[in-house]
Design a protein around this ligand. Structure first.
Ligand code: PEP
Ligand code: MG
Length: 325
């Protein structure tokens, strides 16, 4: 990592003009390696629970999950840890749970699968909630939500899991904060209803780009069409940010776009203030945000929002960045 970025890792995540940002890390497998940054972050914005499931040859037991989640939660004491419920299907296959479909990205994945198998969902939530006893930093995030009935059913099951754990341990177990991933385009149009049901939302720009553009994120043949800086994606994100602000609905970005210089600048210009990224991007993004003024971003944004292509967007942002790096 560039030494000049590393030098500022311990300094506040704050723009030149004093605006504060929350910078969090995305985590999955190697928590031990990734938490070298724990002290310099505002927590974990996305813990992808599917990885520990994928590397096994069977579903992890409740006890195995408790131990795993407790390790993650205790690595970030007093800081938020957002744990996403199992997001398999699509490109993420479990070797011991075969799913054969013609259109896996439009099929049985994320919350769709776990709501059809509440026993899998309940064990996972019970494990999270038990691991959270005495820690109190757990937030639960629901992946691949496309309609409100899924949210209602997931919340009902989360309440049930809290009740069961409370009953078993003989203590009161309050429901942790619950959030929804914004990654299927339908939920862009359901924000007020989501805000009335859950505590926060987190934008998965990787899948949101894939579904808005109808481009498989892993297909090399159409890779030139997969671009989160596509003007349509940026306009959707801009409207989303505005609406979340108007609703006072806490929103963060956990897709790759928030860990890229051009992406984070544009998102900051749109009003987003919380970003979760791979820990390898953290120092660079903090360094960059510490060099911007909101007033100059406010001038950049309208120019970018009227661009006609990702290429034009890149040129505009590149011009801006040349004065920074
Ligand atoms: C996303 O879709 O942007 C996201 C953060 O989730 P994943 O990459 O795990 O699908
Ligand atoms: Mg996703």
């Amino acid at each position: 990592m560039h030494a000049r970025y590393q030098q500022e890792i311990a300094l506040p995540s704050q723009s030149q003009c004093g605006e504060r940002f929350k910078l969090m890390v995305n985590s999955g497998l190697a928590v031990e390696l990734e938490n070298q940054h724990a002290q310099y972050t505002d927590g974990v914005g996305l813990y992808r629970t599917e990885f520990p499931f994928i590397i096994r040859s069977r579903f992890p037991t409740e006890q195995e999950q408790i131990e795993l989640y407790a390790k993650v939660l205790s690595s970030y004491p007093q800081k938020t840890v957002v744990m996403r419920t199992l997001d398999v299907g699509g490109d993420k296959a479990l070797p011991y749970f075969s799913i054969i479909e013609e259109n896996p990205f439009l099929g049985w994945r994320g919350i769709r699968l776990t709501l059809d198998h509440p026993e899998i969902f309940l064990v996972q939530i019970r494990a999270m909630v038990k691991a959270n006893v005495g820690q109190d930093n757990l937030h639960i995030l629901l992946p691949m939500v496309s309609d409100l009935a899924e949210v209602d059913e997931a919340i009902r099951l989360i309440r049930q899991a809290c009740f069961e754990v409370g009953d078993e341990l003989g203590i009161a177990v309050p429901r942790p904060k619950v959030g929804v991933m914004i990654e299927v385009p339908s939920v862009l149009y359901l924000l007020p209803e989501l805000a009335a049901r859950v505590d926060f939302c987190s934008v998965g720009t990787n899948d949101l780009t894939q579904y808005l553009l109808a481009v498989d994120r892993n297909n090399a043949r159409v890779a030139n069409l997969y671009d989160a800086l596509h003007p349509a994606v940026l306009r959707a994100l801009h409207q989303l940010g505005q609406q979340a602000q108007a609703l006072q609905f806490p929103i963060s970005i956990c897709g790759e776009l928030g860990g890229e210089p051009a992406g984070v600048l544009l998102l900051a210009a749109m009003g987003f203030r919380r970003f979760s990224m791979n820990s390898s991007n953290l120092a660079r993004i903090k360094w960059l945000l510490r060099r911007v003024e909101l007033s100059e971003l406010a001038l950049l944004l309208p120019e970018v929002l009227c661009c006609h292509s990702p290429k034009q967007v890149r040129l505009q942002v590149q011009r801006f960045l040349e004065h920074k790096q």
